[in-house]
Design a protein around this ligand. Structure first.
Ligand code: TLP
Length: 343
């Protein structure tokens, strides 16, 4: 099986497994796990933030950011296909008691003028805007990079109205590597950042949230309330250190593989590419072949390839470090064979 469902499917490398085995550990709820502290310090330094905290997942990190920065009854401005709105089980409403105010983005990027117009203040009828969220890269927009200028424009609005900004940067290192913009510059536009160690960076578990010392101190309490206070978590942090030290620059390989895959698929009759491939996500449209995403995926599985549905006629392929160039070439051969029979 060639598994292109997500960059979450990568298996930890032998070095990561060894590092987990060798990790010096302590009780992190007492702040005594040296390996975890090292990971948090490195993360904060790489992002240019005062402090960082390990969390179990991207979803937990995003929700802790919401809980820390908002109070119940507020409204959060989010892109209508953002992970926070689309894929987190309405967690912001369930846990933080806030409601989403969705805006349609352009390739995932919020329009600053629309953000400004959507802000609500003191009015007996209205929920106040408590947070603005940006997702970079934007998953459902096909791994689209949110331009730095767009983030800067939203940061200005945040400052003007005293509204914090959270970055769901699950794949912010993909954005940085592909655009050449220092990850610190993206992080400087926002009050809190979440990024995933367990996606393209290949660690088995975990994400990081970062911000000011005060933000992280309050976030630690929310993590504990949610049952996310971990004990000898250095075992999880050790692979994460390898991710940050050794797996960032190689993301360019995943991006090249995604571009190669997209170019090759575009030449196959019945299939077309929906997104401009900037990072590691390829969205394939199956409509011209008169196939639904489910029908296409069932056939694809027969050929030993896994991907996920992203719409009635849209399928998502994600490249990652367990997929080689040779694997991509093999996917193209099998897809050509399959589509010849089906069209
Ligand atoms: N994304 C997963 C699925 O949940 C869709 C994937 O396979 O892409 N923010 C963004 C932008 C994400 O893409 C994801 C995961 C998360 C947050 C949540 O991370 P986890 O899965 O660690 O909770």
């Amino acid at each position: 099986m060639i598994d292109l469902r997500s960059d979450t499917v990568t298996k930890p490398t032998p070095e990561m497994r060894q590092a987990a085995f060798d990790a010096v550990v302590g009780d992190d709820v007492y702040g005594e796990d040296p390996t975890l502290l090292e990971l948090e310090e490195l993360s904060a330094n790489m992002l240019g933030k005062e402090a960082a905290m390990f969390v179990t997942s991207g979803t937990q990190g995003n929700q802790i950011a919401v809980l820390t920065q908002c109070v119940g009854g507020q409204e959060i401005i989010v892109e209508e296909e953002s992970h926070l709105f689309f894929y987190e089980g309405a967690a912001m409403s369930v846990f933080a008691g806030v409601q989403p105010r969705t805006l349609k983005g352009n390739r995932g990027a919020l329009n600053p003028a629309e953000v400004k117009a959507a802000i609500r203040g003191e009015d007996v009828h209205a929920p106040e805007t408590g947070l603005i969220c940006i997702e970079n890269t934007h998953n459902r927009a096909g791994g689209a990079i949110i331009p730095l200028e767009n983030m800067q424009a939203i940061a200005e609005i945040g400052k003007e109205y005293h509204i914090p900004i959270h970055l769901d940067g699950a794949r912010i290192f993909n954005a940085a590597v592909a655009s050449g913009v220092d990850v610190k510059k993206y992080a400087a536009q926002v009050d809190s950042v979440q990024f995933c160690l367990s996606k393209g960076l290949g660690a088995p578990v975990g994400s990081i949230i970062a911000g000011t010392n005060d933000f992280i101190q309050r976030a630690r309490k929310w993590r504990k309330r949610l049952g996310g206070g971990l004990r000898q978590a250095g075992i999880l942090a050790a692979p994460g250190l390898i991710s940050l030290r050794e797996k960032v620059d190689r993301l360019v390989e995943d991006h090249n593989h995604a571009k190669l895959l997209a170019q090759s698929i575009n030449e196959i009759k019945g299939l077309s590419i929906e997104n401009e491939v900037e990072t590691n996500i390829v969205l394939v449209n199956t409509e011209a072949a008169k196939l639904t995403a489910a029908e296409f995926l069932a056939q694809l599985k027969q050929e030993g390839i896994l991907a996920v549905p992203f719409g009635p006629n849209t399928v998502r392929f994600v490249t990652h470090f367990d997929v080689s160039r040779q694997n991509i070439e093999e996917v193209v051969v099998r897809l050509n064979r399959m589509m010849k029979i089906l069209t």
